[in-house]
Design a protein around this ligand. Structure first.
Ligand SMILES: Nc1ncnc2c1ncn2[C@@H]1O[C@H](COP(=O)(O)OP(=O)(O)OP(=O)(O)O)[C@@H](O)[C@H]1O
Ligand SMILES: Nc1ccn([C@@H]2O[C@H](COP(=O)(O)O)[C@@H](O)[C@H]2O)c(=O)n1
Length: 241
């Protein structure tokens, strides 16, 4: 194992920091995260924007627009987890059960998927959608160290884009989404709302206390929401090819 790897992750007290909704021990691959990710980010300074908001608030929809206009790579934690289930991975059944229950998968699994996707993208600007979802996700990601260009710099998000939307509107959108998702049913939707309120909002509040949250009124029509999003991303316009 190469110790001066570009990415080093130390998961802090995994056992005790698991979110309250993760109430059963779950089998996960125990290999160290850094083993799979020795070559990323290399010499690059990477830019990360976290995209957060309740289920169905429109994160994925707006990320697609941001990708087109501002050259970011969109990484949805939920999509990566769903792809992992389909891949037949040994964690697939555990992930599937967690998603069905609206619970949050242990960070070790999700961060590994994010790291791999970041490395494979070849890009240096990322929209990380649906992550961090709880304090355990946040703390684990904060332990990701970028060794260059500034040695021992933690990867901090540039900012957090927060899509603020009423539950009534989000529920209506999810039930109308019709993508065949196993968690888009009324029972799981209620659980996901509860997890959002109890576990994800505190993360948004944490970043808000650091002045990092850019809040968007996501209850408006898609085009209007994107007008507001564009203003926030305007500093990145010059970087578009
Ligand atoms: N501003 C909007 N007004 C009306 N419908 C919208 C709006 N934004 C997105 N939608 C629709 O709502 C549904 C949910 O949107 P989307 O998948 O982007 O949400 P999300 O926040 O990524 O959801 P999840 O967290 O569950 O993955 C989609 O069918 C999408 O077309
Ligand atoms: N950081 C995350 C993100 C998602 N999940 C699980 O996936 C489900 C769907 O997520 P979407 O963002 O696509 O809505 C979510 O309810 C969680 O079960 C996760 O565990 N950790």
């Amino acid at each position: 194992m190469i110790l001066d790897t570009d990415f080093v992750i130390q998961l802090v007290c995994m056992g005790t920091m698991l979110d309250a909704t993760v109430d059963v021990p779950v089998p996960v691959e125990t290999s160290k995260l850094q083993d799979a990710d020795e070559s990323f980010p290399g010499d690059k300074k990477i830019t990360v924007v976290f995209v957060l908001g309740g289920p169905g608030s429109g994160k994925g929809t707006q990320c697609a627009n941001i990708v087109q206009h501002f050259g970011f790579t969109h990484l949805s934690a939920g999509d990566l987890l769903r792809a992992e289930i389909k891949s037949g991975s040994e964690n697939g059944t555990m992930i599937q059960n967690m998603i069905k229950e609206g619970k949050i998968v242990p960070s070790e699994v999700t961060i590994k998927l994010l790291q791999r996707a970041m490395r494979e993208s070849g890009n240096d600007k990322f929209l990380i959608d649906g992550f961090p979802r709880n304090e355990e996700n946040r703390a684990a990601f904060e332990e990701v160290i970028q060794t260059s260009p500034v040695p021992q710099t933690k990867i901090e998000p540039e900012f957090v884009l927060f899509f603020d939307c009423s539950e009534e509107e989000m529920q209506q959108r999810i039930l109308g989404r019709n993508q065949g998702r196993e968690d888009d049913n009324i029972e799981t939707i209620r659980k996901r709302f509860k997890v959002f309120m109890e576990s994800s909002l505190p993360v948004i509040e944490y970043y808000n206390s650091k002045g990092k949250v850019r809040k968007i009124d996501a209850g408006k029509p898609i085009e209007e929401v994107f007008e507001d999003v564009k203003e926030i991303f305007s500093p990145y316009s010059a970087q578009v090819a």
